[in-house]
Design a protein around this ligand. Structure first.
Ligand SMILES: Cc1ncc(COP(=O)(O)O)c(C=O)c1O
Length: 325
């Protein structure tokens, strides 16, 4: 039995559809109690601020967020006894707003984008609220270094990771997980992903896109660009089509950015596949366990691409993402 809902943060690493001669595995972050990877930085930012004596239960916190961080913070604030105001662009999905409200957070919806949300949060901070600042708070990547990266290394069971594919919002996932994986596997290739129409890392210019969670329109301070070997872009339509395929063909209900990760991970996997190897591919029979890395040289030699599926497709139902074409 766990002592608190916060002790249940963590997720499984699951093999997904993989081209021949290579394995693709995704961290299914919807298993976290708040339903996304953002439970991790939310808890770490509050834990660190408490330890540094900056906040204590009963304080009012404020955060600009397009959704998942808001949900993670709402959960942690409810469990730890903080008041929370979330500032978010009005256009983001309705489900996210309802979930934050259910956890007791106050929502301030503003016209505009994440930059406008950040400006408004700064105003509330000037009025006395405490801002955790996921874009520049080192506790955000640290959470992924301490948990996501550590879990992945344990979960691959001794196999070498050849490539890590991560979309970029605050950059916390890529930077923290990437740093941990690079320490364990110095040759791992780290691939950043961003929306094709809002590709600031690739083009130096912000654009506009409906991708939720990726492509904030500026380069986050929490993004460690030195870790990145390559940047790939994905069109929203392609990512959403992949979400529908993942749900119908693999039983994986995930959101837009996860669809984008699947698209890019498969491209990378095809590039590094070794067609002479018989790598296990799902679906396997009910009685066939996942071969352990040390259970056979073949599996151990299969190139391995690891990625992150940030949240569940349930969070996107109102956007029409899964409506029949
Ligand atoms: C759905 C989704 N995808 C991707 C990301 C990007 O993660 P990070 O902020 O760690 O770069 C986020 C972050 O909020 C997200 O909510």
């Amino acid at each position: 039995m766990y002592g608190s809902i916060l002790d249940t943060i963590g997720s499984p690493l699951v093999q997904v559809d993989s081209p021949e001669g290579v394995t693709v595995a995704a961290k299914l972050e919807s298993f976290n109690p708040g339903g996304s990877a953002k439970d991790r930085p939310a808890m770490q930012m509050i834990k660190t601020a408490e330890r540094e004596g900056l906040i204590e239960p009963g304080d009012r916190l404020v955060e600009p967020t397009s959704g998942n961080t808001g949900i993670g913070l709402s959960l942690v604030c409810a469990a730890r006894g903080y008041d929370l105001t979330i500032v978010m662009p009005a256009g983001k999905s309705k489900e996210r707003q309802q979930i934050m409200a259910a956890y007791g957070a106050e929502l301030e919806l503003i016209e505009g984008d994440m930059t406008d949300a950040r400006n408004r949060a700064d105003e509330l901070e000037a009025e006395g609220a405490i801002q955790l600042g996921q874009f520049d708070n080192p506790a955000n990547p640290e959470a992924h270094y301490q948990t996501t990266g550590k879990e992945i290394i344990e979960q691959v069971g001794g196999r070498e990771i050849d490539a890590f594919v991560a979309g970029v919002g605050t950059g916390g996932t890529l930077s923290g997980t990437g740093r941990r994986l690079r320490e364990a596997f110095p040759d791992v290739e780290i691939i950043a992903v961003e929306p094709e129409r809002n590709a600031i890392l690739s083009t130096g210019e912000a654009g506009h896109d409906e991708f939720q969670g990726m492509g904030p329109g500026f380069v986050s301070e929490n993004l460690d660009r030195d870790l990145i070997d390559r940047v790939e872009t994905v069109r929203l339509e392609e990512a959403e089509a992949e979400c529908r395929r993942l749900a119908r063909e693999e039983g994986l209900l995930v959101g837009q950015s996860s669809g984008a990760m699947s698209v890019v991970s498969k491209q990378i996997a095809r590039d590094i596949a070794d067609p002479d190897l018989e790598c296990p591919t799902p679906p396997r029979t009910f009685d066939e366990p996942m071969p352990e890395a040390d259970g056979g040289a073949v599996v151990e030699d299969c190139p391995l691409v690891v990625t992150v599926f940030w949240d569940s497709g349930e969070r996107y139902l109102s956007t029409g993402l899964f409506d029949l074409e």
